[in-house]
Design a protein around this ligand. Sequence first.
Ligand code: SF4
Length: 718
Amino acid sequence: MNLKRALGLDILSERYAYEHDPAHGWVSSSRVADRWVSTTCGYCSVGCGILLGIKENRAVAVRGNPEHPVNRGKLCPKGLSEHHTLAASTRAQYPLLRKDGKLARVSWNEALDTMVTRFRDIQKKHGPDSLGVLSTGQLVTEEFYALGKLVQLGFGTRHYDGNTTLCMASAVSGYKRSFGSDGPPGSYEDLEKADVILLIGANIADNHPILCARLERNPHATVIVADPRVTKTAMLADIYLPLKPRTDIALLNGIAHILIRDGLINREYVDRHTSGFAELAVSVSRYTPEHVAAVTGLPADLIERTALLYGRAKAAFLGWTMGVNHSTQGTETVNAINNLALLTGQIGRPGATPFSITGQCNAMGSREASFTSSLPGYRKFENEQDRAELAGLWNIEASRIPTARGLAYPDIIEAALAKRIRGLWIIATNPIVSFPNYGVLKQALENLEFLVVQDGFHPTPTTELADLMLPAAIWGEKEGTYTNSERRVTKVNRAVGPPGEARTDFDIFLDLAARLGVRDELFPGWTGTRDAFEEWKRVSAGRLCDYSAMTWEEIERAGGLQWGGPRLYEDGHFPTPDQKARLFAIEWQPFPEQPNAEFPFVLNTGRTVEHWHTRTKTGAVAALQTLSPRAWLEMNPRDAKRLRLKPHDRVSVISQRNRVDGIELRVTEIVAPGQVFMPFHFVETNSNLVTQSAFDPISREPNFKQCAVQVERTERVS
Ligand code: SF4
């Protein structure tokens, strides 16, 4: 600090001066924009409308769009500081190719020629399916649509999946099994119209904070939160259900038991619109309140009260997120949730819905238009008519469309480990931090002959391992659409150009298609994402996710359009062969890795409001880093006392696979004795060093939420 500053004579008036903004009044002069670009937040699936302020071609400010129906001007800390991600010092600017062991700058021509040559060589040597692709929930829908065609029809590999499988694959599989199709049936406005809201494994106060405003607008609803940890959302609840980890199926079956026992089901709805009731009734007959109390640790009278509130509700909202999905029984838990909605007819009416609050800003777009677990437009790989229809729309031979989905994300990693996948293309995701059981992943990536990582940021823990790194544009630098959790298609706009030589993902895809000799066939006449949108409208026409009547201009004007309207299945007809939804008899099972004498704690992992996933973006935002600079481990005071640990001690978390050292201890009643919690955002103390390779057999989603660990003081903190 200089002398003038120390004496208080220099008050940094230039930096902190106010200026009058014609649109927003007196604000810091550094935040006065020349123009405001309307767009959609690029972090989570809430899909808040944003105004991005631009001055001299730089993003200088962000404001919540007061006209936008999703957020009505509000933003969470991530959205409020999102403009800082665009000019981060860690933005990737030039293609880099590994030469003599080091990443060196090369031209785009050399980069893309090398990529095509290396991948083609691998496929010639080891077969077309020796190439895998892992994408993201961060691209615009138009890019997902183009990427699916490029991967499956251009590169000719089936093994394409997204990091969305680490997030909401269980919701997708659960919806498909219960209702015949993916697609959350309700809307955010149902949170304002329900009289009972039951949130299961959903910490919306940290992870979807703007949805909490919907709860505030509905003060008469009874809010019930089931979660093993007293999250910020649990603190907002009227009734908190502190169930034991991963006992939610027992609780849901117990509620179904009471609904049937007390005649609180909607028998007419069940008879007309569902199948499978008899099996379900037999199966839940064993889930008496006493049995469920023994499994969940909840008092039997609290289970009864919850069931009666749900069963007597005029309109009941059932919401869930990762506490349900991140489980080896994730899909079945979703089915057990859907069972409750179907038994009571709490679906397709205002306030009444089973509602998966999804993860990334455009995870939904990847579900609709991609080519991973479904064909575009929720068509099925195994359905001949669906394949023929698509082939007709694309003017190609139907035999080029795969008859079964390729490997899911964890199975692509397993195949790389077994050297069946030899080339891998990772797009806008950071598995080194986000994938479970780091040791297995690292070995799998080391086994590859050629790894391409395409990302807006470099270095990340994953780009550092690449043989080729392709710099991509990010949110704020490209145009297209996202779909949020309530099926609202919103407009995303370009406000500034990407840094250095970075290009949009869409441009990269078209350039690769040209080098593969398929550009004219797959993308005839395409120059921009609008061309992809126009084709996607034709491909989605007549499907559940029908975009055919939408235009970019109307989407923009309306603040987003919901495909299917505010609610699906209002008429009780479902897209199944008999038009009925399916009830499932589901048995609760204990989670796979139980605590024992050597590893006595159950480790739960999750998120905090300040950070996004692996911190590639939020780690570059000073305000967010200052608010949440490092990871922590939450432990109950009784356990801390027994282990002679104090708040702020540095501790090690050890599983049978690996250890995380030097994490700061928080001693708190937020977690129950025998459980510990840590956030998963931080590579410096990477929770996925200790998590396990256990996956839902249906959705292939990892069981991130429970593994057995020991905790001890870290003797030396480096
Ligand atoms: S709630 Fe989600 S969409 Fe809204 S500002 Fe925050 S991160 Fe963005």
